[in-house]
Structure formats: structure tokens, C-alpha cells
Write a protein that binds this ligand. Structure first.
Ligand SMILES: [Zn+2]
Length: 139
């Protein structure tokens, strides 16, 4: 088994997306948070959807959430995934209130349940950087 996961690296086209992935590369899950109403947001964008403020900062997530939904991919959509399909992709509702999509680790997808407690874990990419995944957490 390779020391790297086979996933292709993210190719952000915008500096806000770049900053999200730069945090991931350091093993930090961070989301934007509005400085006026304290509403967290993801995916990255300029303005708060709650109050319209353009004042925000990156804040570190505690990495904890619960399963909101998932899908199982039975066909590899690119050659990189031929060695790992079928695989699950989760939507996890984070404790900060945002929802985030990532792959599953340390659990058979047949055992997934709505509201299952999850935590983020990072894995290294060959091209550099890291990708977030979710794994079950106790309690
Ligand atoms: Zn706001």
C-alpha cells in the first residue's frame, strides 16, 4: 500500500478556496466565520448569507460533526479511484453549523447511519497537501 492516497489534488481557482486547502495542508480544518454575527460558512465566499457582512476571519473547526447524508460511488469517475471503489462520500453537519463533503474512513459504508458522530482526519496527497476525511468518533 502506498503512503499516499490515490485522490487527485484539489485545483482551487479562487484565493478563498486556496486558503481553505492551505489550512488542510497543515492538518487544520478551518471555515470562514462572520465577524459581525458569528455565523460560520462553507464553502468559502465573500459575504455572510445571514447578515450580509463582508467582515470575516478563518477560524479553526473542532473537526466534529454528525452524518447528514451520504452516497456510495459504485463507478470510478476517474482512473485515480479505480483501486478504491466502491466508496462513500459523506455530507457531515459540523458542530459549527456548516455542512462539509468528504470521504469515509475506518468504517464500512453499510454501517453508516444518519446522525452518526464523526471527526475529521487528514491524509497526504502525492502532489503535496492533505485531504480531509471523516471517521466515526466515540461519544
Ligand atoms: Zn454575519
Amino acid at each position: 500500500m502506498s503512503e499516499y492516497i490515490p485522490n487527485p489534488a484539489p485545483t482551487p481557482r479562487h484565493y478563498l478556496d486556496e486558503q481553505f486547502w492551505e489550512h488542510c495542508a497543515k492538518g487544520v480544518l478551518a471555515f470562514q466565520c462572520c465577524l459581525d454575527c458569528e455565523t460560520w460558512r462553507h464553502i468559502p465566499r465573500f459575504m455572510c448569507a445571514h447578515c450580509g457582512s463582508e467582515r470575516w476571519a478563518w477560524r479553526e473547526s473542532n473537526g466534529r460533526g454528525t452524518v447528514y447524508s451520504w452516497t456510495v460511488c459504485h463507478m470510478p469517475m476517474s482512473p485515480e479511484f479505480e483501486s478504491i471503489f466502491p466508496y462513500a462520500v459523506l455530507v457531515v453537519e459540523m458542530e459549527e453549523g456548516v455542512r462539509m463533503t468528504a470521504g469515509l474512513r475506518d468504517l464500512d459504508y453499510n454501517d453508516l447511519r444518519i446522525d452518526m458522530p464523526m471527526e475529521v482526519v487528514f491524509e497526504p496527497l502525492k502532489e503535496g497537501g492533505q485531504l480531509p476525511f471523516f471517521r466515526p468518533r466515540g461519544g
